[in-house]
Design a protein around this ligand. Structure first.
Ligand code: CAO
Length: 424
């Protein structure tokens, strides 16, 4: 039995943020019914196309284990079908632009009238306030949530990160809100509205930088490189390059081959507890007790000098040799792995973090499996649905429509032309 078996999710999501949330629910065992516009579907199906005629990786990698129903929710019969779906489902998830669901005629009040037990889960760019009506994409959220202003180097512009903390990060937050609301419903019998704003989710992930903002009032941030460089701090948390965030100084350092390989680097942390081992490994045993080096606080104004010396050592080794040498001493280091190296790491396939999936239109591709492992509910990754692949099946099995009803719905134009049979 899967953890969320029996939970039906009306998946009204598109692009990335919402689909990441419903994909997780599907991996945990929920029956996720993805509602898509007839003939068009989620816009990502046709974005960043690599194999002509096939759903894009953008779409497939965000929509595993779901069923797809084509439905025009602005058509009268389409509204009837949507109403029936709301009656049958436990959760409705959506990430339309602000007000879009209301404009379709499905306000929170109306949804509760239809099914008082349903949980309505929504992602918007901003929470209530002056920006609540804005449309938002990933990088806007990274900027508005405080991440971009604190990412990058002090003398360069703000930077966005490659990790999709605005979209996938908000999807994760929403997913937690949904299962929490399902848990509460067990006791209360009632559904509720679950909201996650992308700005809020990014800020939650960037909370250590708000911590540093407040520390500024009490003096310089001594673990930031700029402290050792004698550069005064301004009014706001600065960009800290690759400095380690906490009280354990760290840097990205060059390794053997860095001249040709853009990823021949390692992250190296001089945790206080293993300082003496670092000194031995890099060949500076005197630094264990030398004045100004022996105590963690004393080293903070010498981080450039210390890391330059460590880098002389890391440049004599590959990033994997650095790891092999340091790990036995408990020195925290990590190679900078390229996506190519990650996609070739058989260990990640063995744990199900990477999965090879077969797809009828595009053949085999690699995807990221469920990153959270439940011992009693292991996730099995199944390919994403083709557009409208399960329209007839959902009308019949979930809604109990008779063949005559289904004919009527098709004739109304509400669901496009259902596929004759599911493609295996
Ligand atoms: N049948 C009929 N109409 C449908 C439909 C369906 N099955 N599915 C969607 N629509 C309609 C919507 O009702 C909306 O119509 P109105 O404008 O008349 O209300 C229309 O399609 C467009 O929806 P949208 O405004 O949500 O889509 P968009 O492409 O213009 O904007 C986005 C996309 C992401 C900017 C916006 O949805 C948004 O801000 N969402 C919230 C934040 C978010 O999740 N952002 C992350 C996106 S991933 O980077």
């Amino acid at each position: 039995m899967k953890a969320l078996e029996g939970v039906k999710v009306l998946d009204f999501t598109h692009v990335q943020s919402g689909p990441t949330c419903t994909q997780l629910l599907a991996w945990f065992g929920a029956d996720v019914l993805k509602v898509e516009r007839p003939g068009e579907g989620d816009a990502t199906r046709k974005q960043l196309i690599d194999v002509p005629g096939a759903d894009s990786l953008y779409f497939t990698m965000l929509n595993h284990n779901k069923r797809s129903i084509e439905l025009n929710s602005k058509n009268e019969t389409g509204k009837e079908v949507l109403t029936r779906l709301i009656q049958e489902c436990d959760v409705l998830v959506e990430n339309f632009a602000p007000g879009a669901l209301d404009r379709m005629g499905f306000t929170w009040e109306r949804i509760q009238e239809i099914n008082p037990r349903i949980i309505l889960a929504s992602i918007k760019g901003f929470g209530p306030g002056k920006y609540e009506d804005c449309k938002v994409y990933e990088n806007i959220a990274q900027c508005a949530g405080g991440s971009a202003s604190t990412t990058g180097f002090r003398d360069g512009p703000p930077l966005v990160t490659g990790a999709q903390i605005g979209d996938s990060g908000t999807g994760l937050h929403l997913c937690l809100g949904i299962v929490t609301a399902l848990f509460q419903r067990e006791k209360s019998g009632r559904g509720q509205k679950v909201s996650a704003a992308m700005q809020d989710s990014v800020l939650n992930l960037a909370r250590v930088k708000l911590r540093d903002q407040q520390r500024l009032a009490h003096g310089p941030l001594r673990e930031y490189s700029q402290f050792g460089e004698g550069i005064p701090f301004g009014e706001a948390t600065p960009r800290a390059g690759n400095d380690s965030g906490g009280g354990q100084p760290g840097r990205i350092l060059r390794c053997k081959g860095w001249e040709q390989d853009p990823n021949a680097y390692t992250y190296f942390i001089i945790q206080a507890a293993i300082w003496e081992k670092v000194c031995d490994v890099i060949g500076e045993p005197d630094w264990k007790t030398a004045p100004g080096f022996g105590k963690p606080g004393e080293r903070l104004d010498k981080l450039n000098l210390i890391f330059e010396r460590i880098e002389q050592w890391t440049m004599s080794k590959t990033k994997f040799e650095v790891m092999d040498t340091c790990n036995p001493h408990d020195i925290p280091v990590g190679p900078i792995l390229s996506m190519k190296e990650i996609s070739e790491d058989e260990g990640l396939y063995a744990t199900g973090t990477l999965v090879r999936v077969d797809h009828p239109e595009r053949g085999e591709y690699i995807t990221v499996g469920c990153p959270v492992k439940l011992s009693d509910s292991p996730a099995v990754v199944k390919r994403s649905p083709l557009l409208g692949e399960h329209t007839a099946e959902i009308l019949a099995d979930v809604l109990g429509y008779s063949p005559a009803d289904i004919e009527r719905v098709i004739a109304s134009g509400a669901v496009g032309t259902p596929k004759a049979a599911a493609v295996k």
